[in-house]
Ligand binder design. Structure first.
Ligand SMILES: [Mg+2]
Length: 129
């Protein structure tokens, strides 16, 4: 992952989205390698694809450099809005809801419960324009 990131940075990219969420220990190693290679030269967007438990997400997110990470996308299960609210309140890193958003009702539910800082609206999943 760090090698792939290095190739992208040498092509001129300065914001990378990294896909994690398989295993929190491995994810922390990957993050450390990428941070070690680039420091604050790039910004990161992290997508866990619902892969972590609340505890794992809090552990991971508490290790992040808040200056370099723009957000963590869908850290935990899509339907765990209470958990997402908990992470927003305790992890100190903005959260992007992705799989939690299916349309207007779920978007409003996320907003009302304070469960996300940003919503990822995929037009193809929402029926297009
Ligand atoms: Mg995603």
């Amino acid at each position: 992952m760090a090698k792939k990131a290095s190739n992208l940075v040498s092509e001129g990219f300065n914001v990378l989205k990294i896909k994690l969420g398989e295993n929190v220990d491995l994810d922390l190693e990957r993050l450390e390698e990428i941070n070690g290679a680039f420091g604050d030269r790039i910004k990161l967007r992290i997508d866990a694809n619902q892969g972590w438990s609340r505890t794992e997400a809090l552990l991971f997110m508490s290790q992040l450099d808040r200056e370099n990470v723009q957000f963590v996308e869908q850290p935990i299960a899509a339907d765990d809005l209470e958990g997402m609210r908990y992470l927003r309140d305790n992890a100190g890193v903005p959260i992007l809801a992705d799989e939690s958003v299916h349309g207007p009702e779920s978007a409003l539910g996320l907003i009302r419960r304070g469960a996300a800082d940003f919503l990822n609206i995929k037009l193809s999943k929402c029926g297009g324009f």
